[in-house]
Ligand binder design. Structure first.
Ligand code: LRH
Ligand code: MN
Ligand code: MN
Length: 389
């Protein structure tokens, strides 16, 4: 019989985590961007850093791009540059939130000319996907209103549905649209895609190539994100995650850094409900910026946090759990989860890495690699690209 540890390791070998190009660039809050030495100046340099994360973790072959932050003349060349470094380009994230035109929204804007411009950008993102070989288009809209009466809430939903339908029609056979929701910010009275239910309803109407993306930083405090995950998986509508952690507002902090138990509970629903199987096609993406901590080690730490939560989730004794649930034994059922959560999985992950020819401690291996010193010397001057720049 397969040993439990071997089964966990085999499952972990199938998991990949997609890292965001903007996690490597300079970023900050609206108060201050703290520049760091050696930070990438171009999308090409961001890929070099992403390749380092992949070199030391072995599980991050894909990098998400944000357009226009990662605009280049030749996306085919960018994909080739990634491939030379053992990487692929992942989700293309649209950006309809940084232009003056979008003061009243983008695809939900009351003016048809602005809506056309926004849809034009989304279609351009699909063109980019064709060039990069990306399969996922990730859409997040900053649309909404700040004041009662500002706009017609239902008309805005109609405009959103029309825009999404046009983009959906443009998708290729292997491409899909991931619709992200967010409860708050920057529209503080109504948000046009505020929650998973709104996203789900639009995706359901659009068809099988539209799925919901769960950004863990986009909920009200106390929300059971694991319930949302379980529900969406059951419906075949969980497209992926934007992982990060939050306290009060948005989501720049490292996933699993403050509430590893929440991440475990989420991963328990994922593993229990088949979400780790490659066929489920759930994209485990990070959506983070590292403002005060060193960026590459922060991405590595985040990836390790996802792996640790996944390993613990895979250790849950599902037979014992089901038996306790059948018998209505609440304490035993809860204990099945807690026993797994309280297991130290770090030795198992070290073992897994060694079996894969990796250094057992990715952070130490990165620190010893000299990359940090090298980029600090070589990457001087030039414009910083990306979020908060
Ligand atoms: C919005 C968001 C969305 C954006 C990213 C930079 O808060 O989560 O995914 O594309 O941040
Ligand atoms: Mn996000
Ligand atoms: Mn966010």
């Amino acid at each position: 019989m397969l040993d439990v540890r071997d089964a966990v390791k085999a499952a972990l070998k199938t998991q990949t985590v997609e890292t965001p190009s903007w996690g490597y660039g300079n970023s900050g809050t609206r108060f201050k961007v703290f520049a760091q030495p050696g930070v990438p100046r171009t999308p090409w340099e961001k890929l070099e850093d992403a390749a380092k994360v992949h070199e030391f973790t072995g599980v991050t072959p894909k990098v998400s791009l944000h357009i226009p932050w990662d605009r280049v003349d030749d996306y085919t060349a960018l994909a080739a540059y990634a491939a030379e470094r053992g990487l692929r380009l992942g989700a293309i994230n649209s950006n309809t939130f940084q232009d003056d035109d979008y003061r009243l929204g983008s695809v939900c804007h009351p003016d048809a000319k602005v809506r056309r411009r926004a849809v034009g950008h989304l279609l351009e993102c699909v063109d980019i996907m064709d060039a990069t070989g990306s399969t996922d288009l990730k859409l997040w809209f900053a649309d909404g209103t700040n004041y009662p009466g500002q706009d017609d809430v239902v008309a805005r939903q109609d405009r959103l549905a029309a825009a999404l339908a046009e983009v959906y029609e443009r998708l290729g056979e292997e491409q899909r649209l991931l619709l992200e929701y967010k409860l708050f910010e920057p529209a503080f009275y109504t948000t046009d895609v505020p929650d998973w239910g709104t996203s789900y309803a639009h995706c359901l109407k659009l068809g099988p190539k539209a799925q919901v993306v769960v950004d863990t930083g986009h909920h009200a405090p106390g929300t059971s994100i694991e319930f949302i995950v379980a529900f969406l998986l059951r419906e075949g509508k969980l497209g992926g995650f934007d992982f990060n952690s939050r306290f009060y507002a948005d989501d720049d902090l490292m996933v699993g850094s403050s509430d590893p138990f929440q991440l475990f509970r989420i991963m328990h629903e994922v593993t229990k409900n088949g979400g780790l199987a490659p066929a489920a096609n759930v994209a485990f993406m990070l959506d983070q910026c590292h403002n005060i901590e060193a960026k590459i080690p922060a991405v590595i730490r985040s990836v390790m946090n996802v792996q640790e939560a996944t390993a613990k989730a895979l250790l849950v004794d599902l037979d014992a759990l089901a038996a306790a649930q059948r018998e209505g034994d609440v304490l035993a059922a809860n204990a099945a989860l807690m026993d797994a959560y309280n297991t130290d999985v770090r030795p198992l992950l070290r073992e897994l890495r060694e079996e894969q020819g990796l250094a057992p401690e990715p952070l130490a291996a990165y620190a010893a690699s000299g990359w940090r010193e090298r980029i600090a010397t070589e990457r001087v001057g030039g414009e910083q690209a990306g979020w908060g720049a």
